[in-house]
Ligand binder design. Sequence first.
Ligand code: FES
Length: 118
Amino acid sequence: MLTNQINWIKVEIEVPVHDFIQQVKVRAKKLCLIRNQGKLYMVQNTCPHAGGILSGGWCEKGNIVCPIHRYEYDLDSGRGAEGQGDYIKIYPLEMRDDGLYVGFRESLWERFFGKNKV
Ligand code: FES
């Protein structure tokens, strides 16, 4: 069976123990790391609505809220609130002995033809 492969990249950050929202850079990519009610999430940092920076937002009822027009996205599914019709990308995370890792799915196209692996 052909499946997408996940590349795990270490996130160079001391992860706070309390709830927080912070932009992190993983290789050249800016992402948004969140701890909400004790659980860690990694999501895209750019709002799909009009480019707001989600790491400047806040969490409410399990959603990340964009600070620009207050669109909301579910932290588990990435789905936008009712009526928005959009979503954000959620990245898998793994806490290992040596720190936090984020997973990037590599498509078959990237696996066979990509040169710029994340
Ligand atoms: S830019 Fe994020 S809600 Fe509009």
